[in-house]
Design a protein. Structure first.
Ligand code: HEC
Length: 326
């Protein structure tokens, strides 16, 4: 029994060492983070989520979105997340300050959603140069960003090339964000090509076009919702394949209510087409849970600069104009 003291010391030492490495040091490093502010104490980031978005977060957790979607952008030297336009910088511990629990994700079946609220709507980039105004370009306030932003946006280039010639739409795309745009461009190919050329603009392609034309910045000229706007999210959740042809994402239809139109069509009724189109007199509206979920998705945005994260290659983008967030 001579070695008993060294044995216990050894065991104790092993535990003490790993405790220090796994708990003490990390806690010292990131255990006391506060929101970051500028010198005047303004511009605090991150901020706690507001009511609907916070409720949406729980719906996100309850429906297992976390099993297929991560919310963490890895650093440039570790992965190609930034090349995939999932974010402009890596995620940092501070980004998750107000999240309990943190929904980092288990696996990546679908794209990372850490910045889904920041993804630029694609319609702006589809619009022709500012000299020509067409039905496709909505109110001026929404698109101060034209060509510079077009090169920076995730889905800009595939969409831009796909619109004029539908054949290109079949080309494989690397960026995951490109797929909805591609699908929409492809779905709209019969009407979008003329709609994008100024000459044909006065003749509306479909009845939906007229309904959606004036001042509605969430619906494209062909009647489909513009990607990453609230109506787009709803349509995607209700029927992922209507947005992305070969999507593996399950449809979350139980978050929506199908009902008879009573009097006027509801303002937030889903824009559905193709196999999802409803018979006359019916509409699908989001439940409160669905609205909260979309509010949450649209609040996901880690684009705010953090002093502890170096952004290596600053993208040439001017930040997209703020979109309406409910
Ligand atoms: C079985 C895996 C799976 C589950 C569960 C799942 N998704 Fe997805 N999701 C995907 C896949 C695959 C895609 C890519 C294809 C597509 O756009 O539909 C995707 C795409 C998305 C996109 C579009 C991302 C982009 O960059 O275009 C959003 C937003 C999204 N999912 C939200 C959700 C939400 C919210 C939930 C939970 C209610 C959820 N997903 C549950 C697999 C999943």
């Amino acid at each position: 029994m001579k070695g008993i003291v060294p044995l216990f010391l050894g065991i104790f030492g092993t535990f003490a060492f790993s405790w220090a490495g796994l708990i003490l040091i990390p806690n010292y490093q990131i255990g006391h983070l506060d929101p970051q502010m500028d010198e005047d104490g303004n511009d605090a980031y991150p901020a706690p989520k507001s009511g609907m978005a916070e409720r949406g977060r729980r719906i996100y957790a309850a429906n297992g979105c976390v099993y297929c979607h991560s919310q963490q952008v890895r650093a440039d030297d570790a992965a190609s997340d930034i090349d995939r336009k999932w974010g402009e910088r890596r995620s940092a511990p501070r980004d998750y300050l107000f999240e309990r629990p943190v929904l980092l994700g288990k696996m990546r079946m679908g794209p990372d959603l850490a910045n889904i609220g920041k993804r630029a709507p694609v319609e702006d980039q589809n619009a022709p140069p500012p000299s020509t105004t067409t039905a496709a370009s909505p109110a001026p306030g929404t698109s101060p960003s034209t060509s510079p932003a077009a090169s920076a946006s995730p889905a800009a280039s595939p969409a831009a090339t796909a619109a004029p010639s539908p054949a290109v739409a079949a080309a494989p795309s690397v960026s995951p964000a490109a797929s909805p745009a591609k699908a929409i461009a492809a779905a709209s190919s019969p009407s979008s090509a003329p709609a994008n050329s100024p000459a044909a603009a006065p003749s509306p392609a479909s009845p939906v076009t007229t309904a959606a034309s004036s001042a509605d910045t969430t619906v494209a000229a062909n009647g489909a919702p513009i990607p990453y706007t609230a109506p787009w999210h709803h349509r995607h959740l209700y029927s992922p394949r209507s947005v992305s042809n070969d999507s593996n994402m399950p449809a979350f239809r139980f978050l929506y209510e199908k009902r008879r139109v009573g009097g006027e069509r509801a303002a937030d009724a889903l824009i559905l087409s193709g196999p999802d189109a409803l018979p006359d007199g019916w509409e699908v509206v989001p439940t409160y849970d669905a609205k909260c979920l979309v509010a949450y998705l649209m609040s996901l945005d880690q684009s705010h600069a953090l002093k502890e994260v170096k952004v290596t290659a600053a993208p040439p983008s001017s930040p997209a104009p703020a979109k309406e967030v409910k």
